[in-house]
Design a protein around this ligand. Structure first.
Ligand SMILES: [Fe+2]
Ligand SMILES: [Fe+2]
Length: 468
């Protein structure tokens, strides 16, 4: 049963828990204040054609209509309970899933929820100025759709903190509104969520690669033995799919525009006011590598404990035959005395790497799609994922220097080559020079191709944003 007309729309029977309801209604104005301060700059009084989650039914959870963003109905929706769900992995495999927080795992669970929760408002902060330079109203609307849904994801995590963690949960919920992306004193918890995302190539790469990290974290948490976490993550994944498609198709449309120019013999793409493939590759290298860091160290006792305790599983845990993961080893190259050395890591300690594998495979499919666009235009140029050792700040390779194909190189070669591999100040300045807003429905900036269709059966030239 959904309580859609409540102040906080929900399907968790909030009205039957007055204490929790009051606590969340107290947090709500702080959230709105944060949204007005740190959410999309400008546009807050405009009407945006947005989808709103109104249930969790696969055939009709989304309602599309014009909404002013501060009036968006941020709700709390959990996927339906799976009856007598059992813990699917780890030492407690087969025991009933928890409906409340087990005391011995309380700190770890809270940490997992706060870490996930922190990424949601962080990305809204990173993207807050992009509306001013949107390449079309279609893209503008998609940006805001992503932003309001990240706001809803924050609500989802705050609901768990308030309802299952008492006072310290409420304090953590306040903290989620106090940290700021990129702030020197109160930064967001994870590196990629403090990186600037101030042009639209950054935005599409972020939604392609960093939101995709979100998909795999949510997928691993949806396996959790803590049932409310599992259920909320399962529903969040349906929204996450849209965010990734914005990135995937956004980069694809930039590649398409560039490919058209190259096919027509316009070799100097920048002279045509578009984005050259080497620059696209550099942005790809940057966002892929800092998103890889979000999975944590290659060898991790934390990851082993999370798995043992049944808190965080593998992507599609049901596809594995052995859910204990006590016996296996995971062979990987690690750094030893400054050299790459083949090592065998006990499987549970390699869980971050196992999840990263699934992520890399998924990213590769996206790059393959972009390369098909290049091929369709008769071009032999290709984009590629850099090796996972490239440009890492966290984990086994953080101390070394590696080229995009994973070869170890000296600090000196890194210093002389890095500008060819990662965006430079000049590249960012060039991108900034392209960022001129196009607000007329049906029109689009010169550096990106239009999408093949609009939103939810509406045409591309639909008025997705109505000025106040
Ligand atoms: Fe999210
Ligand atoms: Fe997202």
């Amino acid at each position: 049963m959904s309580e859609l007309d409540e102040k906080i729309p929900n399907n968790v029977h909030l009205s039957q828990d007055p204490k929790l309801k009051r606590a969340l209604e107290k947090w709500q104005p702080n959230f709105i204040e944060w949204w007005m301060d740190m959410g999309p700059e400008g546009f807050q009084t405009d009407e945006i054609y947005l989808r709103t989650a109104v249930s969790v039914e696969p055939d009709g959870w989304a309602h599309f209509d014009y909404t002013r963003m501060p009036e968006y109905r941020w709700g709390i929706f959990l996927a339906p309970s799976a009856g007598d769900r059992r813990i699917g992995f780890g030492d407690l495999e087969g025991q009933p899933a928890w409906q409340s927080v087990p005391g011995e795992f309380r700190t770890q669970l809270r940490r997992l929820i706060v870490t996930q929760g922190d990424t949601e408002p962080a990305s809204v902060e990173q993207q807050r100025r992009l509306g001013k330079t949107a390449p079309s109203v279609y893209d503008l609307r998609n940006l805001f759709q992503v932003n309001v849904e990240e706001g809803r994801h924050l609500w989802a995590m705050v609901y768990l903190l308030h309802s299952y963690f008492g006072r310290d949960g409420r304090e953590e919920a306040e903290g989620l509104l106090e940290r700021r992306s990129g702030s020197p004193d109160k930064p967001r918890l994870l590196g990629a969520f403090n990186a600037p995302c101030d042009d639209w190539l950054n935005f599409y790469m972020f939604t392609m690669f960093t939101d995709r990290d979100g998909k795999f974290q949510l997928s691993a948490l949806s396996e959790s033995g803590f049932d409310p976490l599992s259920r909320t993550c399962r529903f969040m994944l349906t929204e996450e799919a849209f965010h990734m498609s914005v990135g995937d198709t956004g980069v694809g449309r930039i590649v398409e525009r560039t490919a058209q120019l190259l096919r027509d013999g316009k070799k100097d793409v920048r002279r045509e006011g578009a984005i050259d493939l080497p620059t696209i590759q550099k942005y790809l290298n940057f966002w892929f590598s800092i998103s890889l860091d979000l999975f944590g160290g290659e060898v991790s006792t934390n990851a082993a404990q999370f798995f043992a305790a049944g808190l965080k599983g593998r992507h599609k845990e049901e596809n594995y035959a052995d859910h204990k993961a006590l016996d296996g080893v995971y062979p990987m190259d690690l750094m030893e005395n400054g050299k790459l050395t083949r090592s065998e890591v006990p499987l549970r300690n390699a869980m971050n790497e196992v999840l990263r594998d699934a992520y890399v495979e998924d990213c590769q499919k996206g790059v393959d799609r972009w390369n098909r666009i290049l091929a369709q235009h008769g071009l032999s140029d290709r984009l590629s994922l850099p090796d996972r050792r490239f440009n890492r700040q966290i984990g086994a390779f953080a101390g070394g220097r590696f080229d995009p194909s994973g070869g170890m190189i000296s600090e000196e070669s890194w210093q002389s080559e890095a500008d060819a591999w990662l965006p430079t100040a000049a590249d960012r300045a060039y991108l900034a020079s392209l960022m001129k807003p196009v607000y007329q429905p049906g029109k689009i900036a010169n550096w990106i191709a239009p999408p093949p269709s609009g939103v939810k059966g509406k045409p591309f030239d639909f008025e997705y944003v109505r000025k106040a």
